[in-house]
Write a protein that binds this ligand. Structure first.
Ligand code: IMP
Ligand code: MG
Length: 358
């Protein structure tokens, strides 16, 4: 059905999959679902279980494995235009635990180094927005990765510089150079669709967002602070307290509802999401963040399109989740914690290596 749906895209024909799931998204590559099922069945005993039906998580990982299998096996295809070139990662929950940083002993780092060695570009596309061009804040959160890559004897200088950081969804771009992150001027990467945003609409959207968050904080009696940044506004818990999931959901759904009706917000792109312990309204979204990396690399180095891109993240629920929009710009893997990210990358490296020897 996936293949048939992909074929139907060029013809305008209504495929069976589209009929069954009218809001089905885009598939940028084929998905070997049957093979992926056999792999995950071995790992999770899906078909041998008698009392527990296939779960949401079983299906999520089967889809991840199918995506990785396809990208891994296609890596040595004769047409370089078809293969994986860019792997992007969300930060919190994907590369490190929520609110933590990437330490040197992270088991994800050796897998990323193997990908760099294969000539892939690595992007970190995070909502965390730090406008300071020194890149110090991003360095602090990614120190383990930056230092290990910089010190690696397996990588040459060009491969080391193939790490990019896109912060604040799609607002601040940095590239690894030596042991620091070099700020890249937005004029070198800004997308046409972003350059038409009027600064007044951005300002009014952030002011309105701050007002909604402040009103909700009072109305719901939340022990929280409203934090304003250059390209985002957030509601974060006071030190030492946690907000309940239901409170965060109430805040994000209200923000989403009110912003949809607010004309200045409709003139730009924004996203409102529940970060697990806080809620943020950011200017831009991760579909633009991934597109910026594609455009930046395409103008400078090599043509990168959605089917050459994989985004790994934890937030793919349709409402109030900020990795969801990245689905518009590339293929994706939906992970639940950094351990799953490591496992996905391990599989990807194995599939690429296996096919290299066949
Ligand atoms: P991500 O998972 O890497 O996209 O990061 C999301 C988390 O970054 C949020 O849950 C916040 O805790 C944190 N954060 C820090 N600054 C910002 C900001 O300016 N916008 C959105 N999230 C931010
Ligand atoms: Mg995350």
């Amino acid at each position: 059905m996936v293949n048939d749906y992909r074929n139907s895209m060029n013809t305008g024909r209504l495929s069976r999959l589209k009929q069954l799931v009218p809001n089905v998204g885009l598939f940028f590559t084929k998905l070997p679902l049957e093979k992926a099922f056999y792999i995950e069945d071995e790992r999770r005993s899906i078909s041998k279980r008698r009392l527990v039906a296939p779960s949401f998580n079983d299906i999520r990982v089967i889809l991840n494995t199918a995506q990785i299998l396809e990208l891994g096996t296609n890596f040595h295809s004769s047409s370089t235009d078809d293969r994986l070139k860019l792997v992007t990662f969300d930060g919190d929950v994907t590369l490190y635990e929520d609110g933590h940083s990437m330490e040197k002993d992270s088991l994800i780092i050796p897998e990323i180094i193997q990908l760099l060695k294969k000539g892939l570009y690595i992007g970190i596309v995070t909502a965390a927005g730090y406008s300071n061009p020194s890149g110090d804040k991003y360095y602090a959160r990614l120190k383990g990765l930056v230092d290990c890559v910089n010190e690696s004897e397996e990588l040459n200088d060009e491969q080391k510089s193939n790490i990019l950081v896109m912060g604040g969804e799609a607002n601040f771009l940095f590239r690894l150079q030596g042991n620091r992150l070099l700020f890249i001027n937005p004029k070198d990467w800004i997308l046409n669709e972003m350059s038409t945003w009027d600064p007044q609409s951005i300002l009014e959207t952030l002011d309105f967002g701050a007002k909604i968050l402040t009103d909700l904080k009072i109305k719901l009696g939340l022990p929280a602070l409203v934090i304003r940044k250059e390209r985002g506004v957030g509601l974060v818990p006071e030190p030492g307290v946690e907000l309940h999931r239901e409170q965060l959901e109430e805040v994000v759904l209200t923000c989403d509802y009110k912003l949809r009706e607010f004309p200045p917000a409709c003139r730009i792109t924004y996203c409102a999401f529940n970060g697990g312990s806080d809620v943020w309204i950011d200017i831009g979204d991760k579909s633009l963040g991934v597109k910026v990396l594609q455009k930046f690399l395409s103008t400078k180095e090599c043509n990168v399109r959605p089917h050459n891109t994989l985004h790994v993240g934890d937030q793919f629920a349709a409402i109030g989740a900020n990795d969801y929009r990245a689905r518009l710009s590339g293929s994706t893997c939906w992970i639940a914690n950094p351990e799953e990210t490591k496992n996905c990358l391990k599989d990807l490296n194995v599939y690429i290596d296996q096919w290299a020897t066949i």
